[in-house]
Design a protein around this ligand. Structure first.
Ligand code: MG
Length: 339
C-alpha cells in the first residue's frame, strides 16, 4: 500500500521500477514528477480515484475526481479546458449510486466551468475492484495571467521562470496555505472510525488560482493531497535545494481535525487535503496574494505559514513553545485510499 501512498516509498518505487522503464519527452516530462506534464504548450494530467468510502462528509468520488484533476492543472499555471472520465465498476455496484456520482461530477464541472468531453466505462466481476474506480485526465492551456505573474517575480527578484515548478523556490520566498489543513484526510477518518463528522474540503480551485496569478509574484504552487503539507514542503525543499521554515502558531488547523488526529496518533501535516493549495510567493507580494485568497470562499482561512530559509536543512517547524522540530518527508500516507 505504501508504494501508492504519495510518500518517500512511492517515489522510490516509481524511480526504480516505473520511470526507468518508460520513455518520456516534453517541456515538462515524467521525470520531473510535477502535477502535470507539458508538451507543445498543452498542460496534461491524469489521476485515478479509489477513495473509500465513495461518499464521505462534504463530498464523494465524483467531486473528488473532477477537483483533483482541475487542481493539478491549475497549480501548473494552466487554465483547465476539458476532462476525460473513465469508470471501472464492480459487478453488482448500485446503479443509483453511479447516477449519484455522475450528478456530482456534473455539478463540480459546472462550478469549475470545465466540461467532460470523452470517457470510457468498464465493468469487472465481483471482487475485481472494490465498488468503483474513477479516472479523470485533463488538459489545460497556459493561463493568460502567467506571464504577468512572472513579470512581477522578475521585477522584485530578477529571477526568470516560465512555469511554476517545484524547483523555483528561493530564500526569502513566503509560503502560503489557502486554508485549514487536513480536512479531507480527517473527514475520511471520521467516517471510517465512526467519529464526529468532519467535512472534507474537496473543491475545484482553478478560479482561486487565476485570481492569485493576476495579482502576481507566485513562483510555485502545489495541492497538498496524499502526503499532505509535510509531503509538499519536503518535495519543494528537495527540488529547490533549500530549507523551509514554518511556524506552528501560523498553521490553520481546525480543533476537530486536531482532536481526530490526536486520537488516532496521526500528524495533521501528513494527511491529505483536496481543496487547498500551497503557494510559494516572493516576499514583497505575499500580503497581496494572501488578501486575494481570503476574498475567495475556499480561501477564508489562508495564512502565511513560513518561508524559504537557507538557515535550516530540509523542513523545520518552530513550535509554539519555541523549540524546533524537523518535519520529515512522509514514508507513506497514514490514511490509505483517501483519494
Ligand atoms: Mg497534485
Amino acid at each position: 500500500m505504501e508504494h501508492g501512498a504519495g510518500g518517500e516509498k512511492m517515489f522510490q518505487f516509481l524511480r526504480e521500477f516505473v520511470l526507468k522503464e518508460l520513455w518520456s519527452s516534453g517541456e515538462v516530462g515524467l521525470d520531473e514528477m510535477e502535477d502535470s506534464g507539458i508538451i507543445d504548450g498543452i498542460v496534461f494530467t491524469t489521476d485515478s480515484y479509489t477513495v473509500k468510502p465513495i461518499f464521505f462528509p462534504g463530498g464523494d468520488i465524483g467531486r473528488l475526481s473532477v477537483s483533483g484533476t482541475v487542481n493539478d492543472l491549475s497549480v501548473m499555471g494552466a487554465s483547465p479546458i476539458a476532462l476525460s472520465l473513465s469508470l471501472v465498476i464492480e459487478e453488482g455496484f448500485s446503479i443509483e449510486d453511479v447516477s449519484r456520482v455522475m450528478r456530482s461530477v456534473r455539478e463540480t464541472c459546472l462550478e469549475a466551468e470545465v466540461p467532460v468531453i470523452t470517457g470510457d466505462t468498464k465493468v469487472v466481476e465481483r471482487g475485481g475492484v472494490d465498488s468503483l474506480i474513477v479516472n479523470t485526465s485533463g488538459i489545460g492551456k497556459r493561463s493568460e495571467y502567467l506571464d504577468r505573474n512572472f513579470q512581477v517575480v522578475k521585477e522584485y527578484t530578477g529571477r526568470v521562470y516560465k512555469w511554476p515548478l517545484d524547483s523555483n523556490l528561493s530564500p526569502g520566498d513566503k509560503i502560503i496555505i489557502s486554508g485549514n489543513i487536513g480536512d479531507h484526510g480527517a473527514s475520511i477518518l471520521s467516517e471510517r472510525y465512526d467519529l464526529s463528522r468532519i467535512e472534507s474540503d474537496v473543491a475545484p480551485l482553478n478560479n482561486l488560482v487565476e485570481k492569485c496569478l493576476k495579482i502576481g509574484g507566485i513562483v510555485a504552487m502545489k495541492d497538498p493531497t496524499r502526503g499532505g503539507v509535510a509531503g509538499v514542503l519536503n518535495e519543494w525543499s528537495q527540488k529547490s535545494k533549500t530549507g523551509i521554515l514554518i511556524k506552528e502558531e501560523n498553521l490553520p488547523i481546525r480543533e476537530e481535525v486536531k482532536g481526530t488526529c490526536e486520537l488516532l496518533g496521526i500528524d495533521p501535516l501528513e494527511i491529505g487535503n483536496e481543496g487547498k493549495i500551497l503557494i510559494g510567493v516572493v516576499e514583497e507580494m505575499a500580503d497581496s496574494v494572501l488578501e486575494e485568497i481570503r476574498k475567495n470562499k475556499y480561501g477564508k482561512n489562508a495564512e502565511i505559514i513560513g518561508e524559504v530559509s537557507p538557515d535550516v536543512k530540509g523542513v523545520v517547524m518552530e513550535t509554539v513553545v519555541g523549540g524546533k522540530r524537523v518535519i520529515p518527508p512522509p514514508i507513506g500516507d497514514p490514511v490509505p485510499r483517501i483519494c
